[in-house]
Design a protein. Structure first.
Length: 136
């Protein structure tokens, strides 16, 4: 399994935003510069992350972006789901499009696998990702 580039970039963007915690707000342009990501990509991510309740935009003088909740309360699972939707290794859990749907002996077990994967990602707070970056 591999994260999409957009999910990877979302984690990078949120990590950069978290480094500004307590130090004021940051613009999408500043996040693009800090991360090296294209500004249109960061704008797209900011929109998705804001819609998911992970970032908050403040308008006016001194405005900009800030985390919508403490970095310790935002997990890797939250970030990935904001961009990718529900975490699932297979599409068959969400759709009925599989031609083996009726006879598949594994399908009943995929929700357990998916929940284990989501649980692992939910166990990694944004603060841990930022701390590892600063320690390096």
């Amino acid at each position: 399994m591999r994260l999409s580039n957009l999910a990877d970039y979302a984690v990078v963007t949120m990590s950069a935003a978290a480094r500004h915690c307590g130090g004021g707000r940051v613009s999408a342009g500043e996040l693009a510069t800090e991360t090296g990501l294209p500004a249109p990509t960061v704008q797209k991510l900011v929109s998705k992350l804001s819609a998911a309740g992970l970032l908050r935009s403040v308008r006016g003088a001194g405005g900009g972006l800030q985390l919508a909740r403490p970095a310790a309360a935002i997990t890797l699972a939250d970030i990935v789901e904001a961009v990718e939707g529900p975490i699932a290794l297979t599409a068959c859990v969400e759709t009925e499009d599989c031609c083996y749907d009726e006879t598949c002996p594994v399908k009943p077990h995929w929700p357990l696998v998916n929940e284990a994967l989501r649980g692992a990602l939910a166990g990694i707070p944004l603060t841990q990702l930022v701390a590892e970056k600063e320690a390096a």
